[in-house]
Structures are given as C-alpha cells and as structure tokens.
Design a protein around this ligand. Structure first.
Ligand SMILES: Nc1ncnc2c1ncn2[C@@H]1O[C@H](COP(=O)(O)OP(=O)(O)OP(=O)(O)O)[C@@H](O)[C@H]1O
Length: 437
C-alpha cells in the first residue's frame, strides 16, 4: 500500500474504507490514475480516527507560562508555515499541542489522546510540515481519516497552512491532495456503528495491513489521534505488539480524568415523545443559539419498511414551519448526496445555522460557532454523547459556556445518568413551565 526507500514503486489503493489525504512536496505533481497513486519514500503516516482500545503516559495540565507555537516549532517547522499559522491565529499552543509537539518533532511515534476540540489536528499537521522536503516531488505524508467530511476539513486546514503568507511569495510550498472516496453513506454508517477503526471487522482490514506492512522502516513516523480511546493500556500494547508503531511509542494523554471539555453545560428536559417537537422549539426560541446542531437518532429498519419518513424530515418540516428565529434550518442526512452535505457544512461554518443531523455530524467536525447542541434523541453510548457534545465549545481559550441539552422521557433518565457517570459530568434538569401549562 505504501512504499519507501529502495522498494519498487508501489500503489496506494484509494479505496480502503478510509479517506486519505496525501501531502506532496510539489504544487504540480500529477496524482496519476484516479484510484491509484504511487507513494515513494520516505513518508510520514498520520492517522486520525477513534480507535477502540488504547495506551499510556499522562500529561500535566497546560500552564499559562507556556512557550508559543513558534518557540516550540522553530527550527523544525519551516518559517513560512509558522508565519502562516500566526496569520490564521495559531499563536499560543493548546495543551495537547504544548505537550505533544516536542515529542512529535523529535520523531517519536505518538498516540494523541485529548478532548474533542483540543487542537490535535494542528499538532499533527505541524509535524507533517516539519517532515516534508519541499524540494521533492513525492508523496511524503499520508493522513487517514474515518469519514469524508472530516477529510475535507483536515484538507482545508492543511491547505490553509500550506498557503504562502504575505511576503513569502515565491517560496516553494506543498500540495495537499484529498482522495476522499465513498462518502457513501452505507460505509459511513458502518464506521459510526463500529465506532472506531481498530476493531476486528473487515472494514479495518486494509487499515491494519497499512499499519503493519512497512513497520520495519525506521523513517516512518506514525501518529494516532483520537478523543476517545477506551482501554488505552491495551491499545498501546497492541500498537507495539502488532507493530503499528515503534516500540517507544508515547501515549500523550491530556486531561486523563476529565474526558468531557469543562466549558460545556449539560442540561436535560423531561418530556413525552409527543411533546418533543414543541419542547425543541421552545428551547430554540429561549436559547437563541448563535449556531446549533439538533442530533436525531437513525431511522429504524422497521420504520423504513413501513415507508415512514425519517425523524430528520419531520423535524425539518416542523421547524421550517414554526421556528421564528433568525437561523436558517439545514438538513444533513445520510441519504443526501455528497455535494449537498458539503454545502451544509460550509454554510454552518461561515455564518451559523441550525443543523438537523444524525450522528453523521458527530465526529471530528469543527464548526467553531456552534453554541448549542440538542439531543432530540439520546445517542447510543457515552462515547457518542461525548462526540456530539464535542461539536460545541471548540474555540480554544474561550470562556464562553456552551450547552448540550437532551430531550428525554422519564424512563430515559437512567441512560443519561449512565453517560454522566461514565464521562464524569453532571446535567441540570430544566423545568419548562410554559409547556406544562
Ligand atoms: N493553538 C491554537 N490557537 C487557536 N485556535 C486553535 C489552536 N489549535 C486549534 N485551534 C482551533 O481549535 C478548533 C479545534 O481544533 P481541532 O479541530 O484540531 O480539534 P481536535 O482535537 O482535532 O477535535 P476533535 O477530536 O473533535 O476532532 C479549530 O477551530 C482550530 O482551528
């Protein structure tokens, strides 16, 4: 799948059940056939996913007197990338960047394990830019992400960093190429169901093969990043045992005792299923989100067979008819075609809106303006709750409180309580007087 020094040119099949982003060192490099790209050496392999099992090495909290990103990266990351990062507004490192970058830049394999929205993407991208030889026309880094939207997002950040800053025009930069296959929703759904890339299902076969195939090559550096890595000790063990990483892989674990970002405020409203739409409307009008996401459960097979419309459609129709706020209501659902989904995300990112979505929007999306999350249906697991909640509160160093509100029946309270215990957060009950009158 990937090849390097001394090996014959080999091919990256771009149809594994993952999305790839390749970083080339030349702007005009032809990618070759649409579904096959030769990948010469040396390369750096970054993986962005949500593995199930995992490793060790906790880190202390970030301190105020921390060095700047420039101080941490200078000498390793090219000047024009650092300047560009500053132009974008990346000056002070987040905790995960502060703790991981010295290790990453020293060439160590790392498992980045930090809360949603904590800045893992920038950490591994800065490493990628430090490792590229900008004078070589060759693929030198491969980033694998679990979903197409996440691939688009990472591509955008990487391209943003690779753009020449003012005053550096003429310097060589690199090409970031997105090979985002599928997008089709069956596969995406199955990712969400298996919830990680490292289980034993067939879908991860190619990924495992990719990780193990060239493990003996010392010039390869492997980074795995995720907000949720249950059983991380076992995962570290597996990484070494299966040769996915080198033996001295470091597990950078930020905030090990607090998986949920602390700037989120969790609430719940008890209402019957019949009252749910009205309750949602009431909350939206009361909260006046700057931008929000309403998460809805997937339609059951039984309901599909009966020819019933999915809940997302019902909610959209209801909100379009009754919601009087200033946000546009946008649907993101699994059966929509890819371009329509892409539009939904860029719109939400640019000007804020009310997105109604299944869990398809719950992983990795960076929609910084989002202030409110509503769980119209409870997620299936605590990990899903964490990823949904992590779509808000994504502006580092911001003191703004963002909220996650779950609409539940009395019977569902114990499920939410289970999530609270597992993720160590507390929810406050909202009693909505006007609805009970
Ligand atoms: N040092 C920084 N200074 C300012 N903003 C930053 C910094 N690092 C990251 N950000 C911003 O923080 C937001 C979240 O970052 P990012 O998407 O990398 O988080 P993540 O840890 O990968 O999240 P998730 O696990 O949910 O995918 C982004 O909008 C990003 O631009």
């Amino acid at each position: 799948m990937v090849c390097f020094r001394g090996a014959p040119a080999c091919v990256v099949p771009c149809r594994p059940s993952i999305s790839n982003i390749l970083l080339y060192s030349s702007r005009n490099l032809s990618p070759g056939p649409a579904n096959a790209v030769s990948l010469p050496s040396p390369f750096l392999f970054s993986l962005f996913s949500a593995p199930k099992d995992s490793p060790v090495l906790s880190c202390r909290a970030h301190t105020a007197a921390a060095p700047t990103l420039r101080e941490i990266c200078s000498g390793s990351v090219p000047e024009h990338i650092l300047q560009r990062a500053e132009e974008i507004g990346y000056v002070v490192p987040t905790a995960v960047q502060h703790q991981s970058l010295p290790l990453l830049l020293s060439g160590r394999d790392c498992i980045l394990h930090a809360q949603t929205g904590s800045g893992k993407t920038l950490a591994y991208l800065l490493l990628v830019f430090s490792a590229l030889d900008f004078n070589r026309s060759a693929v030198q880094a491969l980033i694998v992400v679990p979903t197409r939207e996440l691939g688009m997002q990472v591509t955008k950040v990487a391209r943003g960093l690779a753009t020449m800053p003012k005053g550096c025009e003429g310097t060589r930069t690199c090409t970031v190429m997105a090979l985002l296959d599928g997008g089709m929703l069956k596969r995406h759904r199955s990712w969400l169901k298996v919830d990680f890339m490292f289980n034993s299902s067939k879908q991860v076969h190619l990924l495992r093969k990719l990780l193990t195939s060239y493990s003996a090559i010392s010039s390869r550096q492997t980074i795995l990043a995720s907000a949720t890595i249950p059983q991380h000790n076992r995962f570290v063990h597996d990484c070494v045992q299966q040769k996915w990483t080198k033996n001295d892989v470091v597990h950078v674990h930020v905030n090990p005792v607090e998986p949920m970002p602390s700037n989120l405020c969790h609430k719940f409203v008890i209402c019957s299923k019949k009252e749910r739409l009205r309750t949602l409307l009431y909350l939206l009008q009361k909260d006046m989100p700057k931008s929000g996401i309403v998460f809805v459960g997937e339609q059951s097979e039984k309901s599909k067979k009966l020819g019933q419309p999915p809940s997302t459609t019902l909610i959209i129709e209801f909100l379009r008819a009754s919601y009087m706020g200033c946000l546009e209501v946008i649907l993101l659902e699994e059966e929509m075609n890819f371009n329509a989904r892409a539009t939904s995300f860029s719109e939400l990112r640019e000007r804020g809106c009310l997105l109604v979505s299944t869990d398809i929007a719950s992983r990795g999306f960076d929609l910084p303006q989002t202030t409110h999350i509503y769980n119209f249906d409870l997620p299936r697991s605590a990990v899903d709750y964490l990823h949904r909640a992590g779509r808000t509160g994504r502006i580092p160093f911001s003191k703004d409180k963002c909220s996650v509100t779950s609409l539940i029946t009395k019977e569902e309270r114990f499920v939410l309580q289970r999530f609270e215990n597992e993720l160590m957060f507390q929810s406050e009950e909202l009693v909505l007087e006007s609805l009970t009158n």
